[in-house]
Design a protein around this ligand. Structure first.
Ligand code: ADP
Ligand code: MG
Length: 334
């Protein structure tokens, strides 16, 4: 009996890789392919996905964090930090390694529940709610280490970000109902427009793991844009990029801001933060040590001390705020 089951398992693994339902659907899909029109990818306007484009009142607080404390055992990764993010701005968040930047990101997006303090978004308290509720409320993010679905295509990765636009249930999907087909079609049009926005139209059908690293980072931004966010958090988007990639990234960040999306930017490359940001906040050992316009922060003795004083690594010295020389490709790849 075991031998028979073994052979059956092998048969399924070799010949029915999508399972029985997948196999049956594949047979039907082949018949339907000719009838389906190609997607109008090239005719999609840039702003199909951006509902709030243009008309934001600038100057009010979109997000405010009050007295945030995040404790891991005895370590205070964030220690009584206040943070106010002005609507429509690009807000830089910098600090030496381990200063609490990513922790801040994780607290703002609900991945960590702060030990104390509150986070308000659009006047509503969001700390303590779930990451998915926060995301659906309009806060999207990318990760310090790229987190894509490697074996899915660029388009499919963006479709994951558009998951919230689907109302179809499991039955709709199994029966391939009209509602599901229409939603799928609409989502694909939107995904194509997002890929065009981040400059990845040519690579839409490519598996994410095969994309060059710089393009993977852009794809992650694209997937985040699928949420149609009001606030976008970028955790070191330029890390590991080459100089031309960084130029492209900066242009895309500008375009996103021009669509009325507020941005929090964590970045190690000082040139990038200082050119794009309207306001910069500096963390050191979990505490806010400076905040203000980029030029003022760059000249702040406490900031220079945090980067250059004490035991710092060579990498941190290379990235210290005083380094205002243009990026070289070797530095960009660091
Ligand atoms: P940054 O992004 O500024 O480099 P992090 O926010 O990743 O720094 O880390 C800040 C501090 O918090 C570090 O000392 C780190 O080791 C610690 N930390 C971060 N996340 C955790 C965790 N989940 N558990 C324990 N310690 C953590
Ligand atoms: Mg980090």
């Amino acid at each position: 009996r075991l031998t028979v089951f073994g052979l059956m398992t092998l048969f399924v693994v070799y010949y029915l890789q999508d399972g029985i339902v997948g196999f049956v659907r594949g047979v039907f899909a082949k018949k339907g392919i000719a009838a389906r029109k190609p997607l109008p990818v090239t005719t999609v306007a840039d702003n199909v996905w951006a509902g709030s484009a243009g008309n934001v009142e600038i100057g009010t607080n979109l997000l405010s964090a009050k007295q945030l404390l995040m404790q891991f055992g005895g370590l205070k990764a964030l220690n009584q930090v206040d943070l106010n993010i002005v609507k429509g701005s690009v807000h830089g968040l910098i600090g030496p390694n381990g200063s609490g930047k990513s922790t801040m990101m994780n607290v703002l997006t609900g991945i960590y529940k702060p030990t104390a303090g509150v986070v308000e978004f659009n006047g509503r308290v969001i700390s303590g709610t779930t990451p998915s509720a926060i995301a659906l409320g309009g806060v999207a993010r990318t990760f310090q280490n790229v987190q894509l679905f490697g074996e899915m295509t660029a388009t499919e990765n963006v479709l994951v970000g558009l998951h919230h636009t689907f109302r179809s249930n499991v039955l709709d999907v199994m029966l391939n109902t009209r509602r599901y087909r229409e939603e799928e079609q609409a989502a694909r049009v939107r995904a194509a427009s997002i890929l065009q926005f981040v400059g990845l139209s040519d690579l839409a059908g490519e598996e994410a793991r095969n994309l060059p690293y710089g393009k993977q980072r852009l794809l992650e931004i694209g997937r985040a844009l699928g949420l149609n966010p009001e606030l976008l958090l970028l955790d070191e988007p330029a890390a590991g990029l080459t100089a031309p990639d960084i130029v492209e990234l900066i242009a895309i960040i500008h375009k996103i801001r021009d669509h009325g999306i507020t941005i929090i930017l964590i970045e190690h490359h000082m040139d990038v933060v200082m050119t794009i940001s309207d306001t910069v906040t500096v963390l050191d050992f979990g505490q806010k040590i400076a905040e203000g316009k980029p030029a003022a922060v760059q000249a702040d003795p406490a900031v220079i001390e945090a980067y250059l004083g004490g035991n710092v690594s060579d990498e941190e010295v290379a990235h210290a705020p005083t380094t205002s020389t243009p990026l070289t490709s070797s530095e960009a790849g660091a």
